[in-house]
Design a protein around this ligand. Structure first.
Ligand SMILES: Nc1ncnc2c1ncn2[C@@H]1O[C@H](COP(=O)(O)OP(=O)(O)O)[C@@H](O)[C@H]1O
Ligand SMILES: [Mg+2]
Length: 288
């Protein structure tokens, strides 16, 4: 069972005080990852004995880790807390199937209170390297830094999507973010990697290049452009997955742009027989 489906199951078993304690962990994550009984009691306004009782439940459910120096929030603990926020704020009424099993995130279809489908992107960055860290290091410290990394990454993608929001209709519209998730518009399209046929591949490629040019002139280059991060629907294209975007005034920017353009041009040449010069395309994007 994934951490998220386990969280979905647990959320209904938790009472108000359990959630209160999870909230203290989640809100102090940035500054303090290991909390003692007395700190938890102070911030939750519950007596130490009550906190101890609830911690026992949370540890048993696998939401909180216990060591000889204190207690730490675990991945399923944050997932469960996040699910509670999503339903309390009436942001979503149900979570449907997991559609994307991307490299760095789990993607779920979620229904909002107006009955519209949205996409819930939960960051799971560095899953395999995390398992290695966990083996070598204390599980509690490793978990906290992993959670922080995923929170930061979600924030980075959300901020970029917000920044690019009005510049093109080819980027998903973000709705909100907190902790390690982003709720965004669902795009009804096929992954370019799965598109067996395109009526006008040259035209689609042109649109992609134009949507590399637009963010470039707003200061960003995507950094992981490939056929899995592009959706196509008739002649419309959408570019997803922005957390690794590179600022164009940094030293890695040129190499990153060249890699992005090369990936896409090679894909179009291989799959659709469309040829285009790499350097010329880069010059068009840069406007030189
Ligand atoms: N807004 C969206 N609308 C529709 N499908 C999406 C959306 N966001 C992601 N997906 C699907 O989920 C997959 C993985 O999402 P992505 O943002 O690329 O995460 P990862 O970092 O895990 O690769 C995408 O290839 C796409 O199929
Ligand atoms: Mg991706």
């Amino acid at each position: 069972m994934s951490s998220f489906s386990k969280a979905g199951h647990l959320v209904s078993l938790l009472n108000k005080s359990d959630i209160k304690i999870l909230k203290v962990f989640a809100s102090s994550l940035k500054n303090r990852q290991i909390l003692t009984l007395s700190t938890l009691s102070q911030y939750s306004n519950l007596s130490q004995s009550l906190v101890e009782h609830h911690l026992q439940r949370l540890v048993k459910f696998g939401l909180i880790g216990k060591s000889n120096i204190g207690y730490t929030l675990l991945v399923t603990g944050l997932d469960t807390y996040v699910l509670k926020i999503l339903s309390n704020r009436n942001l979503i009424t149900s979570i449907g199937p997991q559609i994307g099993i991307g490299k760095e995130a789990e993607i779920y279809i979620a229904r909002d209170s107006l009955g519209e489908d949205k996409i819930l992107k939960m960051f799971r960055l560095g899953r395999s390297s995390f398992k290695q860290i966990k083996r070598k290091r204390d599980i509690n410290t490793a978990t906290s830094s992993w959670l922080l990394l995923n929170i930061e990454t979600a924030k980075k993608e959300y901020d970029i999507l917000m920044y690019l929001r009005n510049s093109s209709t080819s980027f998903p519209n973000p709705q909100c973010r907190s902790f390690h998730w982003i709720l965004m518009e669902r795009i009804y399209s096929t992954r370019l990697s799965d598109a067996e046929h395109l009526d006008y591949p040259q035209f689609v490629l042109e649109k992609i290049i134009n949507n590399v040019r637009i963010p470039y002139h707003k200061g960003y280059s995507h950094g992981d452009l490939n056929e899995y991060n592009i959706l196509v629907n008739n002649d419309n294209i959408f570019i997803l997955d922005w957390p690794q975007a590179v600022k164009v005034d940094t030293i890695n920017a040129d190499a990153s742009l060249t890699r992005d353009v090369t990936n896409i041009l090679k894909f179009f040449s291989r799959k659709f027989g469309v040829e285009r010069d790499i350097q010329n395309t880069i010059n068009i994007i840069k406007g030189v």
